[in-house]
Ligand binder design. Structure first.
Ligand code: MF3
Ligand code: CO
Length: 267
């Protein structure tokens, strides 16, 4: 059905075990992503890490026009999401988005970070910072929203406004998602507001587990998919940033399932 399945506390604890692995994989990428690093090295390291911990990389083989070839999405500069981990070598000044997910003992977690390779331009740095602010704002507003049983649409609009008031554009062609026993479950989680998203609107209640993933562009919001069938780039080739956390809505606040800290609950 299209109704989100609510998760009891015990399942959230399981999700956290998967979330910790995703967080550790991203921390490893943060250390590795220096000038000269080849994208496929990052991908192999993440895959080996998940397998060594008994977890399954979830991106590998994901269905599409061609099955997804890696365990990570590695998107550089104007690439928004779903960048392929190939022979490209990172250069000083690149803005790298690392997105990955795993399943551990039947439970899935998904997260992404945006990293500067060496030192990056102040424009890229501001884009990265604002995108992180949008995610932090989403977490705080989801925590407030669940207390008053508000609607997602009420808090989604604020994300878009935060990006726009910094002079950037929110991507509207891709949205976040519910997550649990599979990587993509209902509901859809847009980072913006329009009449169409009202059709999939939902009430914020304890038990929802959502992957929230704002994508923010320096220039126009429009994107297109390259002929490799996966890589999403900005239409104007200006840089893009993307961050993601898996979040569990509870009666005591929002639990950041993919946090690098234990007991990261935002009240
Ligand atoms: N985090 C992204 C998402 O939620 C990446 C999945 S694309 C995949 O859709 F094909 F690589 F799995
Ligand atoms: Co996701």
């Amino acid at each position: 059905s299209s109704q989100p399945r609510l998760k009891p506390r015990a399942q959230m604890e399981q999700l956290r075990r998967a979330g910790r692995l995703v967080s550790e994989a991203l921390a490893m990428c943060r250390r590795m992503a220096v000038p000269g690093c080849v994208l496929s090295e990052l991908d192999s390291a993440v895959e080996a890490f998940f397998v060594s911990r008994g977890a399954q990389p979830l991106f590998k083989g994901y269905p599409g026009k061609v099955p997804y070839p890696g365990s990570t999405c590695l998107s550089v500069n104007e690439q928004v999401v779903h960048g392929l981990p190939g022979a490209r070598m990172l250069q000083e000044g690149d803005l790298l988005k690392v997105d990955t997910a795993c399943r551990l003992d039947g439970w899935c977690a998904d997260a992404a970070v945006t990293l500067g390779v060496g030192s990056i331009s102040s424009g890229k740095d501001r884009l990265r910072r604002v995108t992180e602010e949008v995610l932090q704002l989403a977490i705080r507003e989801l925590a407030a929203g669940v207390k008053r049983r508000g609607l997602l649409s009420e808090v989604a609009k604020r994300r878009q406004l935060h990006a726009e008031s910094a002079g950037f554009q929110m991507v509207t062609q891709y949205v976040g998602h519910g997550i649990g026993e599979t990587m993509h479950e209902p509901p859809q989680v847009p980072n913006y507001f329009d009449r169409e998203t009202l059709g999939t609107d939902f009430r914020l209640v304890p038990g929802l587990v959502l992957a929230v993933e704002p994508m923010v562009n320096m220039g126009v919001s429009q994107t297109k998919v390259l002929r490799d069938h996966w890589t999403v780039v900005t239409r104007d080739w200006l840089p893009s940033a993307h961050v993601e956390h898996t979040l569990a809505l509870t009666a005591d606040g929002v639990w950041v399932i993919t946090s690098d800290r234990d007991d990261d609950v935002v009240k």
